[in-house]
Design a protein around this ligand. Structure first.
Ligand SMILES: [Zn+2]
Length: 136
């Protein structure tokens, strides 16, 4: 899937714009971020870890509302940060967007979306990465 229109920077760090995990070929468990070997199967799984693009859909397990944002997030607070269980099983932490802080709920279905993460005023660089938004 080589795309010459995409700057080299992005092609070199696929985890930033897709949710790339891997799957154990023995027990079929998914991991994100990818792991060298499956902690359940140990040696049996070496050489059997297969890279997988995760669908980016999941459920809010728990969340908190951030009121004091770090500098690069100023202007966005308050915003929710959630632990999300992906449909494939791994958990990850992400900011929830397009959701009022009063509307976020445990058990809510969410999906990944690619948004501006940080803007570096001095260099003018803008970083994108995954965030999650409510489904539907
Ligand atoms: Zn395994």
């Amino acid at each position: 899937m080589e795309n010459r229109a995409v700057p080299r920077f992005w092609r070199e760090i696929p985890q930033r714009y897709s949710i790339i995990g891997n799957q154990c070929g023995v027990c079929k468990k998914f991991y994100f971020p990818p792991r060298e070997s499956c902690p359940f199967c140990r040696r049996k799984s070496i050489g059997k870890m297969e890279t997988k693009k995760l669908k980016g859909k999941g459920t809010v397990v728990t969340y908190s509302i951030v009121h004091d944002a770090p500098d690069q997030f100023e202007g966005q607070a308050p915003y929710p940060i959630a632990i999300i269980e992906l449909d494939e099983g791994p958990h990850l932490t992400a900011q929830i967007v397009d959701c009022n802080v009063d509307d976020i709920k445990i058990g809510m279905k969410v999906e990944s979306t690619f948004r501006k993460i940080q803007e570096d005023g001095y260099m003018g660089a803008i970083y994108y990465g995954y965030k999650f938004k409510p489904v539907g």
